[in-house]
Design a protein around this ligand. Structure first.
Ligand code: 4NP
Length: 166
C-alpha cells in the first residue's frame, strides 16, 4: 500500500440516508478492525439531493447500532469532484449505477464505478434494495447484504493491492 495517499472509496445510493451511509460505516469498521484506517478514506453520497445535511434514517441508525455500527454521516449529493477524487465509486443498485454513469465527466472516471453486488459472496441478489419503504426486515436484509459485500470488497482490495498511484 502507498503510505502517502489514502485509497478513496465512495458508496452511493439514492438518498444517502439508508444504504450508502450504512455501507460506509460497515466498511470503516472492517478497515479499523484490520488496522488499515490510515490507508483508506471512506465516504458516501446520494444521486438525489433532497436529504442534504440529514443524519441517516432513524430506522437504519437503530438497526446498525444493534450490530455495533454508529452512523454519523450527513447526507450530501454526489459532486463532479467525487469522480476525480475517488478511486472506487460503488453503486447500490442499477438506477444508482446508470445515474452515476451519466454523471461521470469522462470515460476514465466512469471506469471507477462498480456495483456493490459484484462483491456479494453469500447472496444471489444482484443489487442492494432500497429499504426506505420496507419494514424492519428490509433494514436487516440490507445490513446482511452490506456486511457480505463490504467483506468481499475489502478482501478484493487487499488481494489485488492498492495501486501505488492512488
Ligand atoms: P437510500 O434510501 O437511497 O438507501 O438512502 C432512500 C432514502 C430516501 C429516499 C429514497 C431512498 N427518498 O425518496 O426520500
Amino acid at each position: 500500500m502507498n503510505a502517502n495517499k489514502k485509497y478513496k472509496i465512495l458508496f452511493v445510493c439514492l438518498g444517502n440516508i439508508c444504504r450508502s451511509p450504512a455501507a460506509q460505516g460497515i466498511f470503516q469498521a472492517i478497515v479499523d478492525r484490520n488496522g488499515c484506517s490510515d490507508a483508506f478514506a471512506i465516504d458516501s453520497a446520494g444521486t438525489y439531493s433532497g436529504h442534504r445535511g440529514d443524519l441517516p434514517d432513524r430506522r437504519m441508525r437503530r438497526a446498525a447500532e444493534a450490530r455495533g455500527y454508529s452512523l454519523t454521516h450527513r447526507a450530501r449529493p454526489v459532486s463532479m469532484q467525487d469522480f476525480f477524487d475517488s478511486d472506487l465509486i460503488i453503486a447500490m443498485d442499477d438506477n444508482n449505477f446508470t445515474d452515476l454513469m451519466h454523471l461521470a465527466p469522462s470515460v476514465e472516471t466512469s471506469r471507477k464505478i462498480k456495483r456493490m453486488s459484484a462483491y456479494f459472496s453469500g447472496h444471489s441478489l444482484d443489487y442492494v434494495p432500497d429499504p426506505y419503504y420496507m419494514g424492519a426486515d428490509g433494514f436487516e436484509l440490507v445490513l446482511d447484504l452490506l456486511e457480505d459485500a463490504c467483506r468481499g470488497l475489502f478482501d478484493s482490495i487487499i488481494r489485488e493491492g492498492i495501486p501505488s498511484e492512488s
